[in-house]
Design a protein around this ligand. Sequence first.
Ligand code: MLT
Ligand code: MN
Ligand code: ZN
Length: 318
Amino acid sequence: MLLHVLGTAAGGGVPQWNCACPGCSGARAHPHWRRRHASLAVQASEDRWYLVNATPDIGDQIENCRALHPGSGSGSGCGPESGPDSGSGSRRTPIAGLILTDAELDHTLGIARLREAGADGLELLATGPVREALRTGLRLEAVLGPYTPLTWRELSQERPVSLTEESTVTISAIPVSGKRPRYAVELPVPDGGSWVVALLLTNHTTGATAVYAPALAVWPDALQAVVEQADCVIVDGTFWDDEEPRRTGISTRTATGMGHLPIDGPGGTAERLAPLRARSLYTHLNNTNPLVDPSAPQHKRLADQGIEVAGDGMVIQL
Ligand code: MLT
Ligand code: MN
Ligand code: ZN
């Protein structure tokens, strides 16, 4: 199972278009600080890939990953060079569909960007509440219908789904929280823990598992159970500490109040990750997070606990 990290930033990316905070200014001055919105490509079979979340950066994220280029054949590299065009007709793609962890704008706006799928349609794997939010809140199906049909597959905890018929990778969804996107707060969608899920990816050839959880308002027992068994865990690193959103003036709420457990401090996620045998990485960094600066001392604090910060373009094989 091959995972390509397509982006590692929270909403706005790094830099964010209207922000001059130290992280965003630093990223303008030093391009290697830049991070696109958090997303992952998962290889389902030789030349079939699923994207986890569809961000506002999806077009650039596809172009920056050679394996996602149309006509890339079995290429698995994530670089700017395109492989030879091997099929017939010019409209084709190794991207088989999209998997959604939630219905947040940062994770769904890119769906409309793929309207050129045309008659081929787009396959979306999502929980019931996420599907309903996109249908009734964003009116995505009605708006995209004249361009490309959407087909849905239900993500659940009980019934892992095979990505494609020939794929040995299955995916299931661990309910994390009932945190609704702001645009969906008043929607008549039944509540449940499955507004936000963690994904459990299993490679049945090797038995390896990975957990991807870019939004963690809480750390449920079911999540703890899967991360204890996992080989790789990639989780919400939006904020370094609970006070960061207030200190930096981006919100009147704490990190936890905004639906993101902080990394550091009591109840933070670092103390959950440090004891795991899994390779553990943070993603979904907000531009206020000191980790945006590659020379920040917080990187060593994490490294001392055996925890990594994911970077755009990282490739993980399991
Ligand atoms: C999140 O990641 O929690 C959302 O982007 C927050 C929001 O914009 O409402
Ligand atoms: Mn977000
Ligand atoms: Zn900023």
